[in-house]
Design a protein around this ligand. Sequence first.
Ligand SMILES: *[C@@H]1O[C@H](CO)[C@@H](O)[C@H](O)[C@H]1NC(C)=O
Ligand SMILES: *[C@@H]1O[C@H](CO)[C@@H](O)[C@H](O)[C@H]1NC(C)=O
Length: 387
Amino acid sequence: MKGESLTLTCTIAIAVFLITLSSTLSFCLALHETPQVEPAIFQVTDENLIPNIPTLNRKFSRNFIHKEFQVFIEKYDKKYSTKEEHMHRLGIFAKNLARAAEHQALDPTAVHGVTQFSDLSEEEFERLYTGVKGGAAAAPRLFDGVGSEAEKLEVDGLPESFDWREKGAVTEVKTQGACGSCWAFSTTGVIEGANFIATGKLLNLSEQQLVDCDHMCDTREKSACDDGCGGGLMTNAYKYLIEAGGLEEESTYPYTGKRDECKFKPDKVAVKVVNFTNIPIDENQVAANLVLRGPLAIGLNAVFMQTYIGGVSCPLICGKRWLNHGVLLVGYGAKGFSILRLGNQPYWIIKNSWGKRWGENGYYRLCRGHGMCGMNTMVSAVATQVY
Ligand SMILES: *[C@@H]1O[C@H](CO)[C@@H](O)[C@H](O)[C@H]1NC(C)=O
Ligand SMILES: *[C@@H]1O[C@H](CO)[C@@H](O)[C@H](O)[C@H]1NC(C)=O
């Protein structure tokens, strides 16, 4: 480990790389894997389970692509100003249909298909959401000296399934927009939860304060600094908040999705952060900490999230060292039934910040126990007051 760290940019830009890699790999896998069922049923809209994609290399018919593009435009209320733009988007959309089919083959327990991102090219995704600093090679454990490593907790007797949403510790799913601010949403999420547990009150806290005001850098990787829509790290944000004196509510410092001057007012602070801990990579410890302390901030590799529709995502290959997205772990379940594979998978429940229309009402389920997509390598909790 070269101490090289990364800044979470909330993008699947890095995905570009992995998709290239995974397409190659998926091809290899397809060669020696003889699936009992057709590799995929490709869900295109919420209601229709159409069509079957018999092989990975299937070419979609023009008619099919046009029809699906029309459905997409209506569903997501897309507006293209010129005919040229329309045709350009259609071309990208067609490519993304093929990518979704690849993801489906690699991740058969989830459903992949058209999402609101289906008219964006990989490059645009990178431009709109990116700002990777410190390179793509994330250190697998991003401990940075401040805060401390969580003590080992007892893991026997943990509930079979657990969900902080049912206990009222989780705010509504938010929308980061075309801004690499996932790290700020992950940070507010973990503080909202900790504050709820400490006070019994659920507050919407301000991501915009972090986007505008937090420039904190990682102590080890000096170039990994919080940078508004250009990315950041949750642990940096905790340090900023400890120094700044706390975090305002959404209502006094609302989200705009653009970096602006810092308008933080110390007298508007709603929650103070006093400490934070990094959770060990052991997923049982992650579960124990989740139950004891509340929702946890995590980083993961979001490559499969661009095309995710629902189900338990359990990809055959998902880089663990390519963390590029910050999200909030809110619970776990014992068995997620997957109709596609007739299989059960224990899973994590993850709150994302891409609005409620993405995934399962804004949530992602990722299989548990395999360090999937690096979800166990950057896990943190905060303390919001001294007891
Ligand atoms: C948080 O904000 C959302 C969107 O404005 C709102 O629907 C929700 O009720 C708020 N939640 C709390 C706990 O204030
Ligand atoms: C932060 O937490 C660690 C571990 O729980 C503890 O040792 C340390 O004293 C705490 N620091 C503060 C300032 O509360």
